[in-house]
Design a binder for this molecule. Sequence first.
Ligand code: AMP
Length: 215
Amino acid sequence: MPNSNIILVGPPGAGKGTQAIMLREKLDAHYISTGDLFRSHLSNETELGKQAQTYMNAGELVPDTLTINMLSEELEKKDGSQGFILDGFPRNVAQAEALSKLLEDKQLKIDVVLFFNVPTDELVRRLSTRFTCRICQAPANLNDTESHSSSSCPQCGGELYQRPDDAPEAIKRRLDVYEEETKPILDYYDTQRLLTEIDSIGSINEVFEKVAGAL
Ligand code: AMP
């Protein structure tokens, strides 16, 4: 499905980031992760990064106006014929509505919304063993015998660190925010017949086969 416009939705830890990287390579699409963009603003110490930091560290959503403006600017960078993959946006119904409006103005449309479904106990397990690459931001899950200081990013070899929002308190808050604010967008897209559910238990490659089959 080349040139498709795809949205990835799911709770934190559902594997969206990992699948997005594989999908981007397969489709040569313009990949936008609002979480990655905020983290890059944070490490570059921009004004937006400073505004977003407290929300992010607490596991809260960054206010809509900041997030939607950032997304809108990022969409402008897409090549005309290139499709896009959105990872982590929209995160609530107001953002979903703003996106519909933005795309309408650009005469673009969403082709499919993939919902990565994983039970909560598995999400907590994945998030608490998750490390992130300082360079390419790819996520890596380490097992009990691996330490992040002696392991490196499987994608680029970069240094791994634990995101502050992968600490236990923030994980709990992010899961609550997902339930309260993000879940309602599933109905929003289901009503538009755009939603496809991906059962995301299984190996990375097994889940990717389901993703590829759904496109
Ligand atoms: P993520 O990497 O997608 O888990 O995002 C990390 C953090 O960035 C989230 O917990 C939020 O604080 C912030 N963030 C990312 N995307 C959004 C969004 N669409 N709306 C509001 N905040 C966001």
